[in-house]
Design a protein around this ligand. Sequence first.
Ligand code: NI
Length: 195
Amino acid sequence: MPDKSTSSEARPSGASATAEVATPPRKIYPIVKYGDPILEKPTAAVNKFDTNLEQLAEDMFASMYAAQGVGLAAPQIGLNLRMAVVDVTVGKNPEAKIVLINPEITHAEGEVREEEGCLSIPGFRGYVIRPQFVTVKALNAKGEPFEMRGENMLARAFCHEIDHLNGVLFLQHLSMLKRDLIKRKIKKLKKQGEW
Ligand code: NI
């Protein structure tokens, strides 16, 4: 059994112990599902930047990772805010975390047709044509402006999330036939109490 002085030395330094304590537990929000009107309404611009907003961004990342998503927009957790988070590595690379506040697409180029899904429409996917390259102008969680170019999957995520902030779902990019098919299936699931 180690004596007191040994176990004391084995403890982490004061700095790292403080850092652990300083990280608050993250709130995992339930994801709003298709059918809730908030998903089809344009959002209001964010105009208050404080620590609460930074905490909300982190809670959104945590909620997105819990749901295994690559993007999450505020309306999907029931908030009417022009804000989304994106991480195409699903938490594998902390540097891939992107907070988009009041984002706008300033440039789009090329076309890629790829299958797409949405955390608010679980179990359904469809092919959507999106630009291959997209440039986004936005603010980060501290309210600092930035511009970022995304390619392929990242460009798709930017478009999908900014669509959400405009009240648009990927269903609207599908053929009427495919869209109606999915809507009918969801209606059935609702009736069965499974949606
Ligand atoms: Ni979505």
